[in-house]
Design a protein. Structure first.
Length: 66
């Protein structure tokens, strides 16, 4: 599955790389919300997908901190 491959890639990253990925995902989410507000977004399900990816990244950061 696509999400399993993404999760494996995330697990291979260091804590610093995860932080960078998190910042990039949050920027993407902001841009998607902005596009949605101006009715320029075609694939609205992408917002949900990015939110879940942010949660995955934050979970891995917490796990690596322990």
């Amino acid at each position: 599955m696509k999400s399993n491959k993404y999760l494996e890639d995330l697990k291979a990253q260091t804590a610093e790389e995860l932080q960078e990925t998190l910042v990039a995902a949050k920027k993407e989410l902001f841009n998607l919300r902005f596009q949605n507000a101006t009715n320029q977004l075609d694939n609205t399900s992408r917002i949900k997908e990015v939110r879940r990816n942010i949660a995955r990244i934050q979970t891995l950061i917490t796990e690596k901190a322990k």
